[in-house]
Design a protein around this ligand. Sequence first.
Ligand code: SDX
Length: 377
Amino acid sequence: MASNEVVQRGLQDIVAVESHITFIDGKGGRLLYEGYDIRELADRSTFEEVAYLLWYGRLPTRSQLDDLRQRLVSLRPLPEPLAKLIDTLPTDSNPMDVLRTAVSALAMLEPSEAQPGPNSIGGALRLTAALPSMIGRFQRRRVGLAPLKDRPDLSHAENLLYQITGKEGTEIENRALDVALILHADHELNASTFAARVTASTLSDLYSAVTSAIGTLKGPLHGGANERAVELLLECGDLGRVEEVVTAKLARHERVMGFGHRVYKVEDPRATILRAWLHTVGESAGNLKSYDMLEKEREVVHREKGLYPNVDLYSGSVYALLGVPKDLFTPIFAVSRVTGWTAHVLEEYRDLRLIRPSALYVGPTDLTYVPIDQRGS
Ligand code: SDX
């Protein structure tokens, strides 16, 4: 690379691919999946319908949606060797590591689905259906309970909540989770989706691409922020300490998780929707504590830093009210985002270009090799 080239750290504002999947208007705070506004999808669609939209680029007919639902239900059960593998993992493992390991293992146990190319829609369906089963299996084991029998009568969101808590959610809880899954399904070229596309661009298989994405999503600056946003509320304890704790954190130049975004320069539209659902779920549970504390946090961070909430500020608090353990918040993000990751992988396969940027070399260029016995001690 010529030394006069400018390095765009974090590839900020670099347009790397053409995509028809998701449009983000960072200035206007709008998010569209295949042209449909996320607010309308959150209001009127379901996660299964949105998964179809992302994979096929159009809304399904009723029979197409029914067929997709049945295929996803039929693909929920894990092969016995994978179930046994999950049962051998340390119960204090990070659930994102469990997911990453289980996806890799599934590729070896079901090689036909893990090949590159258009037939990978089968792998997309399989992973979307199986991730909740992987999480459920691990969760039941680490609390010392027998695995739950699958419930084909439950929707994707209902089954996810049931697998995690062992109880059927209420109508409001199930709908809140379904909306959260819709909101997290895709977000253009975020870090984990970019990781998936880089992997796919080498013509590696779809399961390897999803494994790359899971490892990337785990990071606290990305999908891991939802867990830390709830940890901050626990650190505050109650509404009265939010101002003190958050201003002290900002004074130490620490990041307040759940705020700021690389693309949105106004509020993340998903945060707006989830904030309303946090109020709805909190009201039905008679517990608006986290809602009230986050409203205070939002006021403080905007006053001090001019930053707005992103999706991660509210998702963890909603999941906590649904009875989801904190370290399963990011795995739930993965349960949803696997549809976006696989949609992007399929798009990459259809118009493949090896993704390989350059680095600006800033080291020395004229050193002479010195034999080891002349290098001193
Ligand atoms: C997700 O990309 C996607 O689309 C991701 C995602 C998706 O759906 O896939 O939307 C999901 O990952 C949402 C983001 C979740 N992460 C967090 O909430 C972590 C906290 N947020 C930040 O770390 C940060 O806002 C990023 C990483 C999200 C974006 O950072 P940028 O674009 O690299 O901005 P920056 O780090 O250059 O910050 C600009 C300024 C800095 O101030 P100065 O040093 O210039 O004075 O804003 C400050 C930062 O310090 N800042 C924050 C802050 N975020 C930015 N200060 C305090 N708390 C924060 N959260």
